[in-house]
Write a new protein. Structure first.
Lengths: 250, 405
């Protein structure tokens, strides 16, 4: 059954930023009920670096949607920073996502028609940040991740690793508390993947909460703890082996 | 923020150049057609107004037949000198005038042409009424006078080289009409259409002998006395003519119209023609709108993932709706701008063509109202066409849209 480690990896104050409480997600396909989540409970505290692992069909994607406020549960409750978001409207969810969560996707998902700079500015536009401010912020972010000289390039003119770094800059643009990275290394070669993980670790060190969804055990090991999902619920939580290991990928 | 969405929209349109152009083609053909037709229509209207303004509002025109310009009923269908005498006695009538015309062969320096020869009244005031009704001005020489017999006044095309004749006719030369020689004593300024400008004018009494038409008149003009209402005088004339011809109301085989009524008739005919043509153009605009709708649906489908991403990073439904509406509206507006420019180019082309063909009435003007209307109408069509696709885009669930391949 559940094998929970009671021991926490760090001694930060334990304040939950995401609390998923006995969440069920049931899809109806014709007359058949598909149980994607069966009582998922998961708590992510401020400053955590959590990896969520699970084979396909384990409910991993659905769990990611719940953590990312992209979907609401059929049953159960989700708290984001203490606020119950289980029954919010789509537009309210969008607003919260934009402010509190930064997404990094496997396919980078940059807007093809916009330059790197414009992609990074986009979430700030949705939040109504004034132009001067968002331009300044986006430039800073791109410079920080080493793409200062590529900011006027379109995604198609950037390598996979560069695109993913732009995506990370975009995720950071509204200063979210949480970075939700869904298979961020899935479309990258090993070396570039390691660079991206290093970047995420750096963000973690700077105080961001990182949720890393992956099927790659090697990648997951860099997290503080690994939450393993099976049949729509967490079946084990283990400590990441390489969390404090200073890797030399970059 | 709206400005940003405009920038995003422009980028999206530009990223699919070929498709955007093809989509806009539908709009700008429609708008160009509407703008061209409306501006030409307005040009015509202005030309007609101008002509009638010159004619003056104190004139009445009596024509044979049941309807203006169209054939009539059985029985007496012509106007005669008796009618003119009758009309002259109506209370409020100041001066009457009129004309008789025929197409005849005319000869100048061994060159024979067929043209209209019009017999007109030649007392000073009768000529003045005729001149104001027909918008004549004497360009050269003098008008025909009461004592003239075999004298002719000519339309402007007759005096031009390669006009009616190979060589232009000059004053004091002679032209032969049905075997009689006529001396040219004056020329009339151009009226703007070939048929009028190739006319020859001779005294009506001479014309009666020449054409062997001793009573007939093709048209009678009336100038009313100051202080009388044209419409009331026209009614009295009609009444008197009905009595004389023993006809009941509604059975008239003649038409009595004031200059204002004529304007109305022209205006309403033009209005109907305009409405039909603009209606046809509107259909093409509708098809253009459907083109935008089709493109936007394709765009929503293609950009499903993009929509998902935008929702994930904080775009509300409203935002997505705005982005897509702006994009389709922009396509409409750009199509509209091109359409307006094209439309005016077409109408100027038509104007030029008309002038070359001898019709100088038409004068097209760029009305700011029409420019504004064309562009904003195209924008509205574009936005309306984009509405359904945009709503579909907002309905996409972020979760599903993100997984869309």
């Amino acid at each position: 059954m559940l094998k929970k480690t009671t021991e926490k990896p760090t001694s930060r104050p334990q304040k939950p930023i995401i609390k998923i409480d006995d969440v069920w997600k049931i899809y109806k396909i014709g007359d058949v009920d598909i149980y994607a989540l069966r009582g998922l409970s998961l708590t992510i505290n401020h400053g955590d670096f959590v990896a969520v692992m699970g084979p396909s069909g384990s409910g991993k994607s659905t769990a990611v949607n719940m953590i990312g406020c992209l979907d609401i549960p059929t049953k159960g409750r989700i708290f984001l920073d203490g606020q119950d978001i289980s029954h919010l409207t789509e537009s309210d969810l969008a607003q919260i996502r934009g402010k509190k969560i930064g997404f990094v996707f496997q396919q980078f998902n940059l807007i093809a028609t916009l330059t790197a700079l414009e992609n990074v500015m986009l979430p700030m536009i949705f939040q109504g940040t004034p132009e001067e401010e968002r331009k300044k912020k986006a430039k800073e972010l791109l410079e920080k991740i080493g793409l200062g000289d590529r900011m006027h390039h379109k995604p198609s003119e950037l390598s996979g690793g560069q695109q993913q770094r732009v995506a990370i800059a975009r995720a950071l643009s509204n200063d979210p508390q949480i970075i939700l990275a869904d298979e961020p290394t899935g479309n990258l070669d090993q070396k570039t993947g390691k660079e991206i993980i290093a970047l995420l670790r750096q963000l973690h060190q700077n105080g961001k909460t990182i949720v890393l969804v992956t099927h790659d055990p090697d990648v997951a090991e860099y997290a503080e703890r690994i939450e393993k999902l099976m049949d729509g619920k967490i079946v084990s939580i283990v400590k990441g082996k390489n969390h404090n290991h200073q890797h030399t990928g970059r | 923020m709206i400005l940003e969405y405009f920038k995003i929209g422009i980028k999206n349109i530009r990223s699919r150049k070929m498709r955007s152009w093809l989509t806009m083609l539908g709009i700008f053909i429609g708008i160009a057609a509407i703008v061209a037709l409306l501006s030409l229509g307005q040009g015509l209207r202005n030309a007609i107004d101008e002509q009638f303004e010159m004619m003056g509002r104190d004139k009445i025109m009596i024509t044979p037949g049941q309807n203006f310009g169209f054939g009539g009923v059985a029985g007496q269908e012509i106007l005669t000198e008796d009618d003119r005498d009758l009309i002259e006695k109506v209370n409020g009538v100041d001066i009457t005038s009129g004309f008789l015309y025929k197409t005849v062969e005319v000869k100048y320096k061994n060159e024979v042409k067929t043209t209209f020869v019009t017999g007109i009244y030649t007392s000073g005031e009768e000529t003045e009424v005729m001149k104001s009704m027909q918008n004549w001005k004497t360009a050269e020489g003098r008008d025909l006078s009461k004592t003239d017999r075999y004298k002719v006044s000519v339309g402007c095309e007759v005096t031009k080289d390669k006009g009616l004749f190979k060589k232009g006719v000059t004053l004091k030369e002679t032209i032969e009409l049905l075997g009689k020689e006529f001396r040219v004593i004056g020329a009339i300024s151009c009226l703007g259409n070939k048929q009028d400008d190739t006319q020859l004018f001779i005294p009506i009494d001479t014309a009666r002998d020449l054409f062997d038409e001793h009573d007939k008149l093709d048209m009678i003009f009336v100038k009313i006395k100051d202080g009388y209402t044209p419409k009331l005088v026209a009614e009295k004339i009609a009444d008197k003519m009905r009595k004389d011809r023993d006809l009941d109301k509604g059975e008239e085989n003649f038409q009595v119209q004031t200059s204002e009524q004529l304007i109305e008739v022209f205006g309403s005919i033009l209005g109907i023609i305009e409405a039909v043509l603009v209606g046809i153009a509107a259909i093409s605009l509708l098809v253009g709108g459907i083109g935008i709708m089709n493109t936007m649906y394709t765009s929503v489908l293609e950009r499903t993932r993009e929509i998902g991403v935008m929702k994930a990073i904080g775009a509300r439904r409203r935002t997505i709706l705005t982005i897509f509406l702006i994009e389709s509206g922009l396509m409409g507006a750009v199509g509209g701008i091109i359409g307006v420019v094209l439309g005016f180019m077409i109408s100027y082309g038509v104007e030029l063509g008309a002038k070359l063909a001898g019709f100088s009435y038409l004068s097209v003007k760029i009305s700011p109202w029409l420019v504004l209307f064309g562009i904003s109408f195209a924008f509205i069509v574009g936005s309306a066409a984009g509405l359904l696709p945009a709503i579909q885009a907002t309905k996409l669930e972020a979760v599903d849209a993100l997984r869309y391949e």
